[in-house]
Design a protein around this ligand. Structure first.
Ligand SMILES: NC(=O)c1ccc[n+]([C@@H]2O[C@H](COP(=O)([O-])OP(=O)(O)OC[C@H]3O[C@@H](n4cnc5c(N)ncnc54)[C@H](O)[C@@H]3O)[C@@H](O)[C@H]2O)c1
Length: 337
């Protein structure tokens, strides 16, 4: 049995060869397919350990054939030290032997799968003819969010706001010539005025009201990805009362999502119900819909499955599992060779 390894370069080469939008669309198909077979999975909220400046998490999940987990951090102050806010890697193993078949960098893919999940959800919840979006928070995730909404919904007009003007300029520069018209807004309020979709992707480790009720218009779809840990929220609690709130996995989102601010019985709809048709998507042009995204292990399982299928022989064999002539003679590893 071989364990394949995809390093940062191998993953980014794979995405570049396919094209980012094509890759996001392929990933979205895996994610949608897996959410639709929700009951096939053994699920749990992730194990998180919190530090003054961030957190580390393990995100495990399994179906009858594979087990997967992702290791991920979240350290909003890291960029001040020249480090990323979010880095990740993951493992896919086959249940028949319990051996790992793929170990992969998942930092880039975390951004791609988060964006794919956001856009996929908006396909069900945003207005059918949605073409305009605001993005509040132009950090590492933002370009991927914009490309995913273009690929899956045809969103081509974006108003962007960030507390740091240089971040907006970076996004405009990075996506130049990719068919998205991005305008810098002077405030979050200006950015969201009149748009169909609002994405919040900020990263303060604090309870922040990036969106307040006065900013919400009938028919808006809100894609809130940055409120994803205890004590870290983006939406004013009253915004959550203005529309239907969709979450990935309720037990995890109650702890980590924007709904941590709400009573335990605050009504939410799990995403798999929307994807599988058990619950309707958008119900009217004026309905406000809110995706309280925190990221769920299933999306990383789908990503690893997608990478494993796409990479083919591109991965390097990794010597991480002993190959023994006699599997009971583990001691042979210590004998002179
Ligand atoms: N839901 C998910 O699945 C998921 C996945 C990955 C990351 N995230 C979260 O998404 C967020 C963004 O991640 P990132 O890697 O892009 O972080 P980042 O640190 O690279 O970027 C965050 C940006 O937000 C800006 N910002 C902070 N507060 C703001 C405010 N009040 N108004 C406007 N701009 C503000 C910062 O200036 C920065 O440019 C983080 O909170 C991260 O934890 C969620």
């Amino acid at each position: 049995m071989t364990t394949f390894y995809l390093d940062t370069k191998a993953v980014s080469d794979l995405v570049r060869t396919n094209g980012t939008e094509t890759f996001i669309s392929a990933l979205a198909q895996f994610i949608e397919e897996d959410y639709r077979r929700w009951d096939d999975f053994t699920k749990s909220a992730r194990l998180a350990v919190y530090y003054p400046d961030g957190l580390n998490e393990l995100m495990p999940i399994a179906d009858k054939d594979h087990f997967a987990f992702k290791f991920v951090n979240g350290h909003p102050k890291n960029p001040l030290k020249g480090l990323l806010t979010v880095i990740a890697f993951g493992v896919l193993s086959e249940n028949a032997s319990g051996y790992p078949v793929l170990i992969s960098d998942l930092t880039l893919v975390t951004a791609l799968r988060t964006a794919a999940t956001s856009a996929l959800t908006a396909k069900y919840l945003a207005r059918k003819n949605a073409k305009t979006m605001a993005i509040i928070g132009c950090g590492a995730q933002s370009e991927f969010q914009l490309l995913a909404f273009k690929a899956l919904l045809g969103v081509t007009e974006v108003r962007a706001f960030d507390l740091n003007r240089a971040a907006i300029d970076r996004v405009i520069r990075n996506l130049d010539g990719m068919g998205i018209k991005i305008t810098a807004a002077a405030s979050a309020k200006e950015a969201v005025k009149g748009v169909d979709i609002v994405t919040t992707a900020t990263a303060a480790k604090a309870k922040v009201a990036v969106l307040t009720p006065d900013m919400i218009e009938p028919g808006m779809h809100i894609n809130a990805i940055g409120g994803d840990a205890p004590g870290k929220t983006e939406l004013h609690p009253d915004v959550l009362k203005m529309g239907r709130v969709v979450v990935q996995y309720e037990p995890q989102t109650r702890i980590e999502g924007d709904i941590q601010q709400m009573p335990k019985d605050f009504p939410v709809v799990e995403l798999w119900r929307v994807f599988s048709g058990a619950e309707p998507g958008r119900r009217s042009d004026s309905e406000v819909t809110i995706f309280d995204s925190v990221g769920f292990a299933l999306e990383d399982f789908s990503s690893l499955r997608c990478l494993y299928g796409m990479a083919g022989g591109a991965g390097k064999p990794l010597d991480i599992v002993p190959q023994l002539e006699d599997p009971r003679d583990l001691f042979s590893l210590l004998r002179d060779r």
